[in-house]
Ligand binder design. Structure first.
Ligand code: ATP
Length: 232
């Protein structure tokens, strides 16, 4: 396994708020890992650090072997991101939306449009995004994140608010990407949403990493006298 993302002793302070402190973990190729925690636990801050949008105040962040906050970050195009609330121009069709993002990212439009099929929106590609359901918009968001065939995908609460069937179809796409060697980190408020979908879970609480392991391991720990809270 090759580590695609490596965090070592990472801290991030915003004035008086210590959003993240002393977080270390690494992610491998072909892994789906969930980042779980309450509101304000530091999940989005960790993603922003991995995207290179902000600099750590302590420790180091490496993505595909480079510092993502460096101007010289050559692997930027190999990093895909789905923000927590992605809003599209409702007057554009799904195809127009992906063509727009492909141009923005300097990637071939034809390849971007092929992603519509991949996320199950092939038939709806000619419809305006304003007519899409929440699940369809989430899948369009995923297609946008997949432009340029990223090796690392960061998805901020991608399944929040989706019904179980939509969540299931979303995870099927992620499993397929994982099979092709992508590293996928997705954040979630609740462990219950992840059942059977991710092998590994990193739990954050008030900026600190409190657990990193498989769901089964974490459950076993929860049964020990030292209480580990598993419901985020
Ligand atoms: P949510 O589930 O609500 O998205 P989260 O786990 O993603 O929460 P973060 O958004 O990373 O949490 O926030 C962690 C802490 O850092 C919070 O206390 C938040 O208020 C604070 N914070 C995040 N960004 C900033 C900022 N730019 N300036 C000041 N404080 C910030």
């Amino acid at each position: 396994m090759t580590a695609t993302v490596a965090l070592s002793g990472v801290g991030k302070r915003f004035r008086t708020v210590e959003a993240v402190r002393d977080v270390s973990f690494s992610l491998d190729e072909g892994e789906i890992v969930a980042l779980v925690g309450h509101n304000g636990a530091g999940k989005t801050t960790l993603m922003k650090l991995m995207l290179g949008l902000i600099q750590p105040t302590a420790g180091s962040v490496r993505v595909l072997g480079e510092d993502p906050a460096s101007g010289a970050f050559a692997a930027r195009r190999r990093l895909g991101f789905l923000p927590e609330s992605v809003s599209f121009n409702s007057a554009l069709t799904g195809r127009e939306t992906l063509a727009f993002y492909a141009r923005l990212k300097g990637e071939p439009v034809g390849e971007a449009l092929a992603l519509l099929e991949r996320v199950g929106l092939g038939a709806a590609g000619g419809r305006r995004v304003g007519t899409y359901s929440k699940g369809m918009r989430q899948r369009l968001g995923l297609a946008q994140a997949l432009i340029g065939a990223p090796r690392v995908l960061l998805l901020d609460e991608p399944t929040t608010g989706l019904d179980p069937a939509l969540r299931q179809s979303f995870y099927e796409i992620l499993q397929e990407l994982r099979g092709r060697g992508a590293t996928i980190l997705l954040s979630s408020h609740a462990l219950s949403e992840l059942e059977g979908e991710t092998e590994r879970v990193v739990i954050m609480n008030r900026g600190a990493m409190v657990a990193d392991g498989s769901l089964a391991e974490l459950r076993r720990l929860a049964r020990l006298p030292v209480r580990v809270r598993l419901t985020a």
